[in-house]
Design a protein around this ligand. Structure first.
Ligand SMILES: Nc1ncnc2c1ncn2[C@@H]1O[C@H](COP(=O)(O)OP(=O)(O)OP(=O)(O)O)[C@@H](O)[C@H]1O
Ligand SMILES: [Mg+2]
Length: 263
């Protein structure tokens, strides 16, 4: 079986003269949960969009399941799904209607059973007949997660999956994601600003700053390297030592980070 699920190599994205993603390479193997971290504007969402074939890279390659996203997008996407806290599903449809439409698009067998189970897992079953547009942001987030698991994806890409969730629901969502990963072997690639997501979920972290990967490893490896017991402190240290001049001109190199002691 092919074990390298995602392989991103030398990815770049320029918007006019602005280099949002300068040089990004990373991978995710089958069954791994990989966290893509970085300050606001680091290029995480842009990278994810290129990975899903939503944005065309300026340079570099994205391979998913061993195939190039540019030439095999339809085949790849049938085995992938995506959820973001910042994307709303059609607001005028009921929750159940939205999920039935997506289930139909994905060709899900027994969609009703699947949908009922997902609504229960994400604790929005009581909202099944509510119009999607009236959902709170935390409820929208969980509706998006239901949608993202409808097709039993082999790769689930998540952009800040717990951003709008209260701590209790964020914990429950992490447990559902962990179960999907362990029991169904789903590979996860997730961005997050919530360090609990990272410590509790991620096997490996890829840290981005100003469009580049500046650190990579397990949280233990990164904590040891920075001589810290807090991933939040390490994050702040990386962010502050990659301060930007104007839009994206890094004034500290990744080598400088090693010298930083978190106070
Ligand atoms: N279509 C676009 N045109 C011009 N600039 C863009 C475009 N899309 C993104 N950018 C810029 O690229 C940079 C990276 O954006 P991106 O959304 O990838 O960051 P991010 O790491 O996801 O940040 P956040 O943590 O805030 O979500 C930002 O400075 C953003 O303003
Ligand atoms: Mg983003």
């Amino acid at each position: 079986m092919f074990n390298r699920i995602v392989e991103v190599t030398g990815l770049q994205k320029h918007f006019g003269k602005y280099e949002a993603v300068k040089n990004v390479s990373f991978h995710a193997d089958r069954g791994e949960i990989v966290g893509l971290l970085g300050i606001n504007g680091a290029g995480k969402t842009t990278t994810i969009h290129m990975l899903l074939g939503l944005t065309k890279p300026t340079a570099g390659t994205v391979r998913v399941f061993g195939r190039d996203i540019e030439t095999s997008r339809t085949e790849i996407l049938s085995r992938v799904n995506f959820a973001s806290s910042y994307i709303a599903l059609p607001y005028n449809l009921k929750v159940i209607e939205n999920l039935l439409v997506f289930a139909h698009i994905y060709g899900v067998k027994n969609p009703k059973n699947k949908i009922e189970k997902l609504l229960e897992d994400f604790e929005i079953h009581h909202l099944r007949n509510a119009t999607s547009g009236r959902l709170s942001s935390g409820e929208q987030t969980r509706l998006n997660l239901c949608k993202a698991l409808l097709n039993d994806p082999e790769l689930l890409v998540l952009d800040e999956p717990t951003a709008s969730l209260d701590p209790d629901l964020a914990d429950k969502v992490r447990k559902v994601l962990q179960r999907v990963n362990r029991e169904e072997g789903c590979t996860l690639l997730t961005t997050s600003h919530n360090m609990l997501d990272v410590t509790e979920l991620c096997d490996r972290i890829v840290f981005m700053s100003a469009g580049e990967v500046v650190e990579e490893g397990t949280s233990d490896q990164i904590l040891r390297k920075y001589n810290s017991d807090s991933l939040e402190d390490v994050f702040i240290s990386i962010a502050r030592n990659h301060s930007v001049d104007g839009r994206g001109d890094k004034v500290a190199s990744s080598a400088d980070l090693k010298k930083v002691k978190v106070s």
